[in-house]
Design a protein around this ligand. Structure first.
Ligand SMILES: *[C@@H]1O[C@H](CO)[C@@H](O)[C@H](O)[C@H]1NC(C)=O
Ligand SMILES: *[C@@H]1O[C@H](CO)[C@@H](O)[C@H](O)[C@H]1NC(C)=O
Ligand SMILES: *[C@@H]1O[C@H](CO)[C@@H](O)[C@H](O)[C@H]1NC(C)=O
Ligand SMILES: *[C@@H]1O[C@H](CO)[C@@H](O)[C@H](O)[C@H]1NC(C)=O
Length: 398
């Protein structure tokens, strides 16, 4: 990735290796295209003009946002379809959404990158100013759904590092229809009671790494939905939030599945759930397979280990059974404390029982009361010491 440093002689070599690829290409500074710091004047057009200029460059363009607060006052989409080269976006400042949540609240997203190839995004704070929208939702009023802070669609070879997302109206970060994505060093923050503020939402994407990130929010820290292959999640601090979830899957009959997910060396603290797989109780051809949750520490987390195939919030799916087939899921070295009585709940579909489920070296406690387990329609094995004792039906295979 590293190119010959022409004019970078004054920058210590350390920085050349630590940043992704701040190369000797041309720099496009948003201030030169009319962006105004101070957070009052809408700079979205200036940012888009800067992007358009950077996209004409054939030599590793750097779009630079200096320190300062910049208002992006409407939904801002950086479309890479006409870019001649991969753009590096380095943000030292803070981007703020309009203070009136209705301005972007019905647009789905606030800042979007789409059809990019090889984009590098480093640094910056994205502030969605969601508080008033959450208040509206808490009051039970008619409110806009809200906008995601930062979304990547239909893009390949994405590197995101050192980005901070705060107070998103709904999801903080969405990765959808993307391949080869490397996310590291993210800081995500919103209150534990902010509705639907998932940290990172992955959909219809493959080869995604999320590492070394801290996520405190009001919904899933990381949510993995249908059409996801080859995901590696490591070193995540999650909480408050709803834990790390695969699902909800199977809401629609013909969804794609989820395959090859590793969640490793994470701490989940003061959350509603720990590591979770949830599916709707509806007919489906979807599946979840080849998943490992390894070396996860629970600190006062609710439902530390949970598979729930009867997920149907506010819906009358009573009596239906999930068609999503869950197999080859290992929970290994999961330790710590549960804030609920339940420590292990594996409740699978009567019509598609879970199989190949392994509980290995589990040690979960629930305050001074005995931690509880519940299993239904699940086949697999307990390996090593499983506390509380696992309830998996030890038949082999289906
Ligand atoms: C994910 O991380 C692994 C291990 O560090 C690395 O080999 C792989 O290239 C990374 N994938 C992406 C898409 O960055
Ligand atoms: C599973 O995904 C990882 C990346 O997270 C990849 O390195 C590995 O090759 C994949 N395994 C299979 C069998 O596809
Ligand atoms: C789990 O993480 C700890 C550090 O927190 C490390 O010392 C240990 O080797 C890890 N165990 C496994 C099995 O990865
Ligand atoms: C285990 O599976 C067998 C065969 O399907 C069934 O008869 C038995 O009730 C199951 N036991 C539990 C504890 O689920």
């Amino acid at each position: 990735m590293l190119e010959a440093p022409n004019s970078l002689f004054s920058i210590p070599i350390f920085f050349l290796f630590s940043a992704f690829s701040l190369t000797s290409g041309s720099t496009y500074n948003v201030l030169d295209y009319g962006a105004k710091s101070g957070g009052e004047i809408d700079s979205s057009k200036a940012f888009l003009d800067t992007w358009a200029a950077a996209c004409t460059s054939t030599t590793s363009p750097l779009l630079y946002v200096p320190a300062g607060t910049f208002l992006l006052g409407s939904k801002t989409t950086f479309d890479g379809v006409d870019c001649k080269n991969s753009v590096t976006v380095q943000i030292d400042g803070t981007l703020v959404a309009p203070s009136d949540y209705t301005v972007v609240g019905n647009d789905g997203n606030w800042i979007v990158f789409e059809q990019t190839n090889g984009i590098v995004l480093t640094g910056g704070t994205f502030d969605g100013r969601g508080a008033d929208l959450w208040s509206c939702k808490h009051a039970g009023n008619q409110c806009p759904v809200g906008a995601t802070n930062l979304a990547f669609y239909d893009s390949n070879n994405i590197q995101i590092s050192g980005v901070t997302s705060v107070n998103s109206q709904i999801f903080h970060v969405i990765i959808q229809e993307c391949t080869n994505v490397n996310i590291k060093g993210l800081t995500i923050s919103a209150p534990g009671d902010s509705p639907n503020t998932d940290g990172i939402h992955l959909a219809k994407s493959s080869n995604v790494n999320v590492t070394g990130s801290t996520i405190a929010t009001g919904d899933d820290c990381i949510s993995i939905s249908s059409g996801i292959y080859n995901v590696w999640i490591e070193d995540i601090q999650c909480g408050p939030g709803h834990g790390i979830s695969i699902g909800s899957l199977g809401a629609e009959p013909n969804e794609e599945g989820v395959q090859n997910v590793t969640v490793k060396h994470c701490t989940i603290q003061e959350t509603l759930n720990g590591v979770r797989i949830k599916t709707w109780a509806r007919p489906s051809t979807s599946y979840v397979k080849q998943v490992i949750f390894q070396n996860v520490t629970m600190v006062n987390a609710g439902n530390p280990i949970i598979i729930d195939q009867n997920y149907s919030p506010g819906s009358p799916d009573v009596g239906d059974s999930s068609g999503v087939e869950i197999s080859g899921v290992t929970f290994q070295y999961i330790r710590g404390t549960s804030s609920t009585k339940a420590a292990i709940s594996i409740n699978c579909s009567p019509s598609k029982p879970c199989w190949g489920i392994t509980l290995q070296d589990i040690d979960l406690t629930s305050g001074d009361q005995p931690a509880e387990v519940s299993c239904s329609n699940v086949y697999g094995s307990n390996v090593g010491t499983v506390v509380p004792a696992g309830c998996i039906n030890k038949s082999i295979g289906k």
